[in-house]
Write a protein that binds this ligand. Structure first.
Ligand code: SF4
Ligand code: FES
Length: 232
């Protein structure tokens, strides 16, 4: 199977270029397995990121045939040849398929992504379980499963055009926290949600929903944040 991989090494290349490799595909191989095949048999300089190889860590997110995917979860049997593999969009490329996630996590941090209790002793991961209105619990449980892969960020055309926009993942996290009734009015988070880069910058294109590999609907979170702000 032909793989065409977008290669870029900022230390020696002026611009990215596509390089083709003929991969010896075996049954059940994933796109990530194909990249390993290239690394081991064709080009040991190829760079890509991975960790769990089980669709849990989010580190192997990339663009395959024009769509965001977790390379470890996407079977080659489900991909049309030639397979075009390129890095996530809207993030600086460190090398080949490895992007710098700093802008993504800076925006994530901008929504104050931690639970803040009035009692600092219970703030942080060890805090008591969230108190969520029963009618929202199922949705919050789903939206809570973000693995911070950046696929939605890459797929979002507003992120690409508006550097201020916090993006789907950060706003989804803001929604999950805003649904927790233990939270006092979160000033910084509320300002970020309603600021220039917040929910009102979203154009409701919905690419984030299609891109999310774990079934989260960030657009719904954004719409619920908007509704909450309007109701208030
Ligand atoms: S919302 Fe989905 S696509 Fe976006 S970062 Fe989280 S897991 Fe990835
Ligand atoms: S390597 Fe962890 S999600 Fe693919």
């Amino acid at each position: 199977m032909i793989f065409r991989v977008k290669r870029f090494d900022p230390t020696c290349d002026r611009r990215p270029s596509w390089r083709a490799y003929t991969v010896d595909v075996r049954p059940k191989m994933s796109v990530l397995d194909g990249l390993f095949w290239i690394l081991e048999h064709a080009d040991s300089t190829l760079s890509f990121r991975y960790s769990c190889r089980a669709g849990m860590c989010g580190s192997c997110a990339m663009v395959v045939n024009g769509r965001e995917a977790l390379a470890c979860r996407l079977r080659l049997a489900h991909v049309a040849a030639p397979v075009h593999v390129e890095p996530l969009r809207s993030l600086p490329v460190i090398k080949d398929l490895v992007v710098d996630m700093t802008p993504f996590f800076e925006k994530y941090r901008a929504v104050d992504p931690f639970y803040r209790a009035e009692d600092p002793a219970v703030t942080g991961p060890a805090a008591a379980p969230a108190v969520v209105r029963p009618e929202s619990r199922e949705l919050v449980d789903l939206q809570l499963g973000c693995i911070s892969c950046g696929a939605c960020y890459s797929a979002c055309p507003v992120v690409a055009l508006n550097p201020e926009f916090l993006g789907p993942a950060a706003l989804n996290r803001a929604y999950v926290l805003s649904a927790d009734e233990r939270e006092p009015a979160a000033g910084d988070r509320a300002a970020a949600i309603l600021g220039d880069g917040g929910v009102h910058a979203c154009h409701a294109v919905g690419n984030c929903v299609a891109a999310c590999p774990v079934g989260i609907n960030p657009l719904l979170s954004i719409q619920l944040l908007r509704k909450g702000a309007t109701d208030r």
